[in-house]
Design a protein around this ligand. Structure first.
Ligand SMILES: CC(=O)N[C@H]1[C@@H](OP(=O)(O)OP(=O)(O)OC[C@H]2O[C@@H](n3ccc(=O)[nH]c3=O)[C@H](O)[C@@H]2O)O[C@H](CO)[C@@H](O)[C@@H]1O
Ligand SMILES: C=C(OP(=O)(O)O)C(=O)O
Length: 436
């Protein structure tokens, strides 16, 4: 298990370029299965989850060529479906959450798609009902082995239909969409998730010859086509990384420029950090965060009541940044209620922050009240374990602001989604070392 050793309490300075978006990459990579033609993808982040998915595609017979850092070509002209029934697939498929999105494309193109219960963060129940209910509506026969936790769908032909999703599932929408593009006739997906990840997937599929309208809204209308062709696609910068760097800058009182952030795709994220009193300045397509030498003050609601920051499906605030909001609030002036509505086990990491001296009350598994220290008391360094990817980075930010040397174990969780994080943080002045 890898470990980070972090000497906290130092101001950082400089600029940082966000990596390509993890959650977009996982969708886009699965889409290469929809065509026998070559697809070129740029700005692919070099992170554990993405590399696991690339490896899985390779084992499925996809021809993969690395052009340069972050750029690859993929060609799925000779797919090895036998791999789906192998024991190795049961291991590989479980390795990450994103693998679930091979099911829709495989079903649409080859008539069958299988997947073991996928991995990803252990942050509460993460059911797949939306995915399979949608595929069943398109005409697939569904099977599930409870013993092996193995899912499968099969269909000779998919037929377009109207569906209203029970919830706006991100990976669920992507999966159903990738099946519907090759179904016969028209499919309507209402209550579709509409994150920039999905908008990017829709745009890519349309360039491949799909006919999707309503892109960016919660109603996607898809006119099925017989086949799809090749294209080139470039991943957006990772908005969750961008939010993480905003939080890092404020909490360490550092002056930081986050470059080429694609402002138009950040939705409510900059405004949400501003509600914590953080100055988030737009400079062209960069974000400039000045050093918050006098701290930052949490705003109240208009009527003077305590601010709540809660997650919601896009264009609401992404749940993946709530852990960052929470840690940054521990040094703000004022109080905030953090309400994690989607995942029921994502806030338990606050115990570690409390150990470090943060003033937090975990009201229930979904809600935590944070009373900021206004830098009058710094967090104390400690030894901790990263429970999930975003809590891991939040603890890392806490350690960088704390006095003394902290240790973070289980950093594989962080490496799932942050490319070369130690090297990039050292480049802006952080004292962080990786110990294997
Ligand atoms: C690989 C990938 O892309 N992972 C992301 C994806 O996971 P993933 O696609 O697995 O998450 P879903 O969108 O399916 O749902 C996440 C959780 O939120 C709940 N839920 C969802 C929609 C809704 O309207 N109401 C509701 O309560 C679900 O029951 C589930 O527990 O989206 C999540 C929600 O943005 C992010 O945290 C994950 O980083
Ligand atoms: C929850 C996350 O990832 P995954 O869905 O891959 O577990 C995340 O990126 O914050």
């Amino acid at each position: 298990m890898g470990v980070f050793k972090i000497e906290g309490g130092h101001q950082l300075k400089g600029s940082i370029q966000p990596q390509g978006a993890k959650n977009e990459a996982l969708q886009i990579l699965c889409a290469v299965l929809l065509t026998p033609e070559k697809i070129t993808i740029n700005n692919i982040p070099d992170i554990v989850d993405v590399n696991k998915l690339i490896d899985l595609l390779r084992k499925l017979g996809v021809k993969i060529e690395k052009l340069q850092k972050g750029s690859y070509t993929f060609q799925a002209d000779d797919v090895n479906l036998a791999y789906l029934e192998s024991d190795q697939f049961k291991i590989d498929g479980r390795g990450l959450r994103g693998s679930i999105m091979i099911v829709g494309p495989l079903l649409a193109r080859f008539g069958k798609g299988y997947i073991p219960k996928p991995g990803g963060d252990k942050i509460g129940r993460r059911r797949l009902d939306t995915h399979f209910e949608g595929l069943i509506k398109l005409g697939a026969k569904f099977g599930y082995s409870r013993e092996e936790q193995f899912y499968g769908v099969e269909a000779k032909k998919l037929k377009g239909t109207y569906m209203l999703l029970e919830e706006a599932s991100v990976t669920g929408t992507a999966n159903i969409l990738m099946a519907a593009v090759l179904a016969e006739g028209q499919t309507t997906i209402y209550n579709a998730a509409c994150e920039p990840y999905l908008q990017q997937l829709c745009k890519m599929l349309n360039r491949m010859g799909a006919k999707i309208s309503g892109v960016g809204s919660n109603m996607l209308i898809i006119d099925g086509v017989e086949s799809l062709g090749g294209t080139e696609h470039t991943m957006l910068p990772d908005m969750i990384e961008i939010g993480s760097w905003i939080g890092l800058a404020a909490m360490t009182k550092s002056e930081l420029t986050i470059t080429n952030v694609s402002w138009k795709d950040l939705g409510i994220i900059p405004e949400t950090f501003r509600k914590l009193g953080i100055t988030v300045e737009r400079k062209g397509d960069d974000i400039y965060i000045p050093a918050h030498t006098d701290g930052y003050e949490i705003q109240s609601f208009i009527d003077g009541s305590i601010l709540t920051i809660a997650d919601a499906p896009w264009p609401g605030f992404t749940p993946d940044l709530l852990s960052i909001i929470l840690v940054v609030a521990t040094q703000a002036r004022g109080s905030v209620l953090v309400h994690q509505k989607m995942f029921e086990s994502r806030l338990f990491f606050v115990d570690k922050l409390i150990d470090m001296g943060a003033k937090i009350i975990l009201c229930d598994p979904h809600r935590a009240t944070v009373i900021g220290h206004d830098f009058k008391s710094t967090l104390k360094a400690t030894t901790m374990t990263s429970p999930d990817i975003r809590a891991g980075v939040s603890l890392l930010i806490a350690a960088l602001s704390a006095k003394g040397t902290s240790t973070i174990q289980n950093i594989e969780q962080i490496d799932r989604g942050y490319e070369n994080i130690d090297e990039r943080l050292r480049a802006i002045g952080a004292k962080i070392e990786r110990i294997d």
